[in-house]
Design a protein. Structure first.
Length: 146
């Protein structure tokens, strides 16, 4: 009986996916993707910085006036006017983790102006790492216990 349990345990370990596959599997879990999007949006909205930690800039005086009339934040560029760009953000997993969003607007190509808007700062990467680790550990435990 004990030998069979040990054999099953050994077989389950042998079936574990690679580290990269475990990482991607953890990242695909909805909560992690949602946290990544939230962190990206927060760094733009609250701090006005892109994934490199560089400021997105300041609004022109006319834009500040128009945004103030709408009750929108004017202290820094947020890239959140209608919310359409924020709503379009998604996490993709290819050769790396990518945050995507609709950066083409009727009168502007945001990607040209803000090439690093999508992505996490180093600080935000550090913040999400414990959640990713927890998901990987959880997935390994499930695989071994099967």
């Amino acid at each position: 009986m004990a030998f069979e349990t040990a054999k099953r345990f050994s077989d389950n370990i042998a079936k574990l996916p690679s580290g990269r596959e475990l990482f991607i599997e953890a990242m695909k879990q909805g909560q992690v993707s949602a946290q990544i999007i939230d962190l990206n949006q927060k760094q733009m909205y609250d701090f006005g910085v892109d994934s490199k930690g560089v400021t997105l800039g300041e609004y022109a005086p006319l834009t500040k006036m128009l945004k103030a009339q709408k009750g929108q934040k004017i202290s820094n560029v947020t890239l959140k006017d209608t919310g359409e760009f924020y709503d379009s953000m998604k996490v993709k997993f290819e050769f790396q983790i990518l945050i995507t969003g609709d950066m083409k607007k009727p009168d502007t190509d945001l990607e040209t102006i803000y090439p690093f808007a999508l992505g996490l700062t180093e600080e935000n990467k550090e913040e999400i790492l414990p959640e990713i680790k927890e998901r990987i550990i959880e997935n390994i435990r499930k695989s071994i216990a099967a």
